[in-house]
Design a binder for this molecule. Structure first.
Ligand code: BJW
Length: 251
């Protein structure tokens, strides 16, 4: 696998790196991407139509069950070489921020530490009415289960369309994007805002922007380098090309 000298130098010399990831980073772990997620019984539903507060109000049972199924599947998968290479990259760069749209926890499980989860985490649950995290509740068989404090329905602690992103995480993500020397956009279709806007913030502030994706996205024509292919293959090779003297990033 060949990388341009400009890309290798940019990454080797960068004192601060921000990385934005999307569902494609977890594809090689066996997690279907958001827009390819619907198979079997769920193929009649569009993911975009289930991931909204309106859908939950209309049909809380269906939405809860969709997330319950995805949560069970995400429990059974393992981080892949792409996740592990990003955890290793954090150890090699002075200031490193991993911004993820993923809710599957795989970056933390791979060893990444400075992770900003912009769209929440499927393994947390919150009260639909009070918007507070709930750790324990009584299983009565009712679906969705109820908040032990107020009796409202519980929901996954993820960000649905039309909802605000968590303000601390978003503010830190904006700051990291505006101050990094190199910015990576990996495995995301780049169509969901405000997350998709961060790459353009990085470009506006003079960062070297690199995209890794098997397919072109709206960002491709603006990026300083486009690496076409699966992130689980490209990232370990890139780290070896930049730091040839170091141990393999994924052993
Ligand atoms: C690989 C690979 C491999 C495959 N290796 N790569 C117009 C302008 C600006 C904003 C808006 C607008 N119209 C509407 C909006 C707002 C809306 C929005 O952006 N909509 C767009 C669709 C237009 N945004 C919001 O509502 C956000 N909130 C907000 O804006 O608040 C302020 C506000 C509120 C009210 C009114 C106005 C303003 C909230 C967005 C929340 C998104 N949440 C979801 C669901 C999370 C929970 C769940 O998973 O169920 O987040 S939607 C879904 O999309 C999920 C993802 O994180 C997100 C991004 O998807 P991602 O990760 O890019 O996945 P895919 O499937 O799209 O792409 C996978 C990619 O991987 C592909 O490119 C493949 O090629 C690639 N790939 N294999 C590397 N091996």
């Amino acid at each position: 696998m060949e990388f341009s000298r400009r890309l290798i130098e940019a990454l080797r010399n960068a004192r601060s790196v921000a990385v934005m990831t999307g569902a494609g980073v977890s594809a090689e772990s066996g997690v279907p991407t958001f827009r390819d997620a619907q198979t079997g019984l769920w193929s009649t539903f569009r993911a975009e139509d289930l991931a909204t507060p309106e859908a939950f109000r209309r049909d809380p049972k269906t939405v809860w069950e969709w997330y319950a199924l995805r949560r069970e599947m995400m429990k059974t998968v393992e981080p892949n070489p792409g996740h592990r290479a990003l955890a290793e990259l954090e150890r090699r760069v002075a200031r490193f921020t991993l911004i993820t749209q993923n809710i599957d926890n795989l970056h933390r499980r791979a060893g990444s530490r400075n992770v900003l989860e912009l769209h929440g985490n499927i393994f947390r649950t919150k009260c639909f009415a009070e918007d507070t995290v709930v750790d324990e509740w009584l299983e009565t068989g009712e679906v969705p289960p109820r908040c032990p404090k107020c009796g409202s329905y519980l929901r996954p602690d993820v960000v649905w369309f039309g909802e605000m992103l968590p303000s601390r995480e978003m503010a830190e993500a904006v700051k990291a994007s505006q101050t990094c020397e190199a910015f990576f956009s990996i495995g995301t279709s780049g169509i969901v805002y405000p997350a998709a806007g961060l790459a353009y913030e990085a470009i506006r502030h003079g960062s070297f922007v690199v995209e890794i994706n098997p397919d072109a996205t709206p960002l491709s024509v603006h990026a300083g380098a486009v690496l076409t292919g699966p992130s689980g293959e490209i990232l370990p090779h890139l780290l070896t090309a930049v730091w040839p003297e170091a141990d393999s990033p994924v052993d």
